[in-house]
Design a protein around this ligand. Structure first.
Ligand code: B12
Ligand code: SF4
Length: 610
C-alpha cells in the first residue's frame, strides 16, 4: 500500500546550525578563538564520548568489557547506545500527536523519530513513495537545519511535497509581524523563516500555526487527490525571489482538553518504551528570558479527569509503554496541582513510571511523597541561577534556599532531578556565577538519587521580555550575539566553562542528556548509589579533560580516571549479574580520589556472573 505521509520528528544529522562559518563573527566581535567558538555553539559539551556516543552506563559497560572499545559496527553502536534514537528511548511527543491526528483523518503515516540514527527506517518508508513528507521544527533551532533535512529527503524523493511545520515556523511568522526590524539581522536571517536568503528549493511549503495538524491532513488529502493545495489557509510557499507567498491564516483552535491521543488504538510502531504526553500549554508566569509564553500566551491545563482517562488508555498499552514523560510546560505548577494530579495517579495505580517539569516552590513533604507513590522517578527543574538578585532580574519567582529544600525532599523519597541554568542574563557577574557554583556544590549527595545539571549561555530570544526591555541593562544584539552592561556573550561562555569546572560536589553535570538507568546501581543499597553519583562525576571529568585539553583534573589524568570508572562499572556489572558479594568495597578505590589497592578484571567479573 502506498504511504500518504512520512513525519520526521527531529534530525540530529542536519548540521546547519553548527557550521563554523555561521559563527565566525564571534571571533572578531568578542575576541574568541575558533576552538572557543566551537565550545560556545556545542552547548552540550563537555561530554565523555566514544565513537560519538555520550557514555551512558550501558555504553560504558560495553566499552570497558570489550577492552575499552565498542565491539560493534558504528551503525550497531548508534542503534544500541544513542540514547535519543527511537530504538532506545522514545517516540518524541510531536510525532505521536501529529501522527495520531493524521491517522484519525484516514491517512497512512510513517513516523521517523530522528532522520540521523533512523535514516534506514526513512529509506524503507520512502520505498512506498509517500505523497508528502512533513518535517517538524520542534527540536530544530534554525531554518537551516530544516532546509538541510529537506535537501536530504529531496534526493531520495524527488516528487514528494516536502512541508515544514511546528514551533519555529510559527515563531518566525510572529517575529516578522511584531519585530520586523529583526529581519535585517544576519543571525536572525539564518535562524528564522521568511527573512534573509531564499528558502532552499527542497522545501515546497511551510505551515504557520501553533498546531497545524488539520492543515497538514487537508494538504495531504489534496496532494493525493491531485487537487491544488497551494491556496490552503496557514500555508506559505517560497517564491522565486526572496519573498514568500503567505496565505490567509485560520488558526487551529483546539484546547488541551480536546487533544487527547488515542493511545489505546494507536498501532505499536507509533509507541515506544517512553512516550511524551502534553498536559498543559503556556505558563502564567513571565520569566524574562522565556519564549514559551510568547508561543502560547494563554495558560491552559488539562482537566484532571480528562487526563485520568487519557492515562488509562496509556496504561492499557503497558506491554509497550513503561514510562510517561509529561513534556508540557506546567502541569505541575502549584502545590495544589501537584497534589491533584499525583493523587489521581496514586488512585489509578498506573503501571508506568513518569517524569516531568516542576517548579521547586510547588514541592512540599506531602507532595514529594505523593509524587514518588504515583510513580515519579525523575523531574526537571528550571533553576537558572544561584544568585538572589539575578533571580529577581529574571523575574524568576524562586530562591536558592527553596531549591535546596526541594532537592532534599526529593532525595528523601528517591526522585532524581535535572536542573537547568542560564549563564549571562543581564546583571550576571563573576560574583553571581560564584553563587550559582555554591548552590550546585551544595546539592544533596545522598539517597537513591542523582541531581544532574546542565547550563546554557543565555540566548536573547526575539519577543521575550528581555528583548523588549533592553534599555534597562544596556542590552544590544540578539540570539547568541549580544552584550550588556555587565557581560558579553564571549565572557558568558568563559563563565560557563568556569562553572562546569568548579562544580565538583553535589550536582553532576549531564549536558548531553546521557540519562542512565538507575537500575544497574540499585542492587547494592547506598553503596551502589554512591557509585552511581561517582560515575557521573568521573564521566564529567573525562569530558572536561578532553574538551578543555587538560593533562589532569582533580589531580588525575584521563587514564587514571578511566581506571576509576572501570572499577565502578566492574563492581556494578558483577552485582547486577547476580552476585551481590561483588558489591563490597573489598579494598577497591571508590572515590574521586584515592589509590587503587586491588583492581578486579573483567575475567573475574565474568566468573562471578557465572
Ligand atoms: C520533552 C522535550 C524533550 C525530550 C523529548 C522526550 C519525549 N519523549 O518526547 C528530550 C529530553 C529527549 C529532549 C531532547 C532534546 N531537546 Co527538547 N524539549 C522537550 C520539550 C520540553 C517539549 C517538546 C514536546 O514534546 N512538546 C509537545 C508537542 C506535542 O508539542 P510541539 O512540539 O509544539 O508540537 C505540536 C505542534 O507544534 C505541531 N507540530 C510540530 N511539528 C510539526 C510539523 C508539522 C509539519 C506540522 C504541521 C505541525 C507540527 O504539532 C504538535 C501537536 O500539536 C521542549 C520545550 C517545550 N515545552 O516545548 C524542549 C525543546 C523542544 N527541546 C529543545 C532541545 C534543544 C533539545 C535537544 C537538542 C537538547 C540537547 N542539547 O540535546 C534534544 C534534541 C533531541 C533530538 N534528538 O532532536 C529545544 C528546541 C529549541 C529550538 N527548536 O529552537 C526546546 C524548545 C527547549 C528549549 N527551549 O530549549 N527534549
Ligand atoms: S521559565 Fe518556566 S516558570 Fe518561567 S515563564 Fe517560562 S515556563 Fe514559566
Amino acid at each position: 500500500m502506498a504511504l500518504d505521509v512520512i513525519f520526521v520528528s527531529s534530525d540530529t544529522e542536519s548540521a546547519g546550525f553548527y557550521h563554523p562559518d555561521k559563527w565566525a563573527f564571534l571571533q572578531a566581535e568578542y575576541g574568541l578563538r575558533p576552538d572557543e567558538v566551537r565550545k560556545l555553539i556545542f552547548a552540550s559539551a563537555p561530554a565523555w564520548t566514544e565513537n560519538g556516543i555520550p557514555m551512558s552506563y550501558m555504553a560504558a559497560e560495553h566499552w570497558f568489557r570489550n577492552g575499552r572499545r565498542f565491539n560493534l559496527t558504528q551503525s550497531e553502536i548508534d542503534q544500541q547506545f544513542d540514547n535519543l534514537s527511537s530504538e532506545n528511548l522514545t517516540r518524541f511527543g510531536n510525532g505521536i500527536y501529529v501522527c495520531d491526528h493524521l491517522l484519525k483523518a484516514g491517512l497512512s503515516v510513517g513516523l521517523v523519530n530522528d532522520l540521523g540514527p533512523d535514516w534506514k527506517e526513512f529509506l524503507e518508508f520512502a520505498k512506498q513513495e509517500p505523497a508528502v513528507v512533513a518535517i517538524s521544527t520542534t527540536f530544530l533551532e534554525s531554518r537551516e537545519r530544516a532546509e538541510a533535512a529537506a535537501r536530504r529527503i529531496r534526493q531520495v524523493l524527488p516528487k514528494a511535497v516536502i512541508v515544514v511545520g511546528g514551533p519555529l515556523v510559527h515563531y518566525s511568522h510572529k517575529i516578522v509581524h511584531e519585530a520586523p526590524h529583526l529581519m535585517e539581522q544576519a543571525l536572525c536571517q539564518s535562524t528564522f523563516f521568511f527573512m534573509g536568503p531564499p528558502c532552499d528549493e527542497a522545501v515546497d511549503a511551510v505551515i504557520i500555526d501553533t498546531r497545524g495538524e488539520s492543515t497538514l491532513a487537508e494538504l495531504t488529502r489534496r496532494v493525493k487527490a491531485g487537487e491544488p493545495w497551494q491556496d490552503l489557509p496557514n500555508v506559505a510557499r517560497p517564491a522565486e525571489d526572496l519573498s514568500w507567498i503567505v496565505n490567509a491564516r485560520a488558526p487551529e483552535e483546539v484546547g488541551v482538553d480536546d487533544e487527547g491521543v488515542s493511545w489505546d488504538t494507536l498501532p505499536p510502531q507509533f509507541l515506544g518504551r517512553e512516550v511524551g504526553i502534553r498536559g498543559s500549554r503556556g505558563c502564567p508566569l513571565r520569566c524574562k528570558f522565556c519564549s514559551f509564553v510568547v508561543i502560547h500566551p494563554d495558560f491552559e491545563v488539562k482537566d484532571v479527569d480528562i487526563l485520568r482517562e487519557e492515562l488509562r488508555k496509556v496504561a492499557a498499552r503497558h506491554d509497550i509503554i513503561k514510562h510517561v514523560s509529561f513534556v508540557d510546560d506546567n502541569l505541575f505548577l502549584t502545590r495544589k496541582s501537584v497534589y491533584e494530579y499525583t493523587q489521581m495517579m496514586v488512585e489509578e495505580k498506573f503501571p508506568f513510571s513518569w517524569s516531568g517539569f516542576i517548579r521547586v516552590d510547588s514541592i512540599n513533604e506531602e507532595n514529594a511523597r505523593l509524587m514518588k507513590e504515583s510513580g515519579c522517578n525523575f523531574v526537571m527543574l528550571g533553576i537558572e541561577s544561584g544568585d538572589v538578585e539575578m533571580l529577581k532580574e529574571m523575574r524568576k519567582v524562586q530562591r536558592p534556599e527553596k531549591v535546596l529544600r526541594a532537592l532534599n525532599l526529593l532525595s528523601d523519597v528517591g526522585i532524581s532531578t535535572l536542573s537547568t541554568l542560564v549563564v549571562g542574563f543581564p546583571s550576571e557577574t563573576d560574583l553571581t556565577i560564584d553563587h550559582t557554583i555554591e548552590l550546585l556544590n551544595a546539592y544533596p549527595d545522598r539517597g537513591p538519587t542523582t541531581h544532574w545539571f546542565n547550563c546554557w549561555v543565555h540566548t536573547v530570544i526575539p519577543l521575550t521580555p528581555v528583548d523588549k526591555e533592553r534599555a534597562t541593562w544596556g542590552l544590544t544584539g540578539i540570539l547568541l550575539d549580544w552584550r550588556h552592561n555587565t557581560m558579553d556573550v564571549g565572557q558568558a561562555m568563559h563563565a560557563r566553562e568556569r562553572l562546569l569546572r568548579e562544580v565538583r560536589k553535589g550536582g553532576a553535570y549531564n549536558g548531553p542528556y546521557a540519562f542512565d538507568s538507575i537500575e544497574p546501581f540499585a542492587t547494592r543499597g547506598e553503596e551502589g548509589f554512591q557509585d552511581m553519583r561517582r560515575f557521573y562525576k568521573l564521566r564529567h571529568r573525562v569530558g572536561c579533560l578532553d574538551f578543555f585539553k587538560l593533562d589532569e583534573m582533580d589531580g588525575f589524568t584521563r587514564e587514571q580516571t578511566l581506571d576509576q570508572i572501570e572499577e565502578i562499572i566492574l563492581r556494578t556489572a558483577a552485582a547486577k549479574g547476580g552476585n551481590g558479594a561483588a558489591g563490597g568495597s573489598g579494598g577497591l578505590t571508590t572515590g574521586l580520589g584515592g589509590e587503587a589497592v586491588e583492581r578486579p578484571t573483567w575475567e573475574t567479573a565474568r566468573m562471578r556472573e557465572g
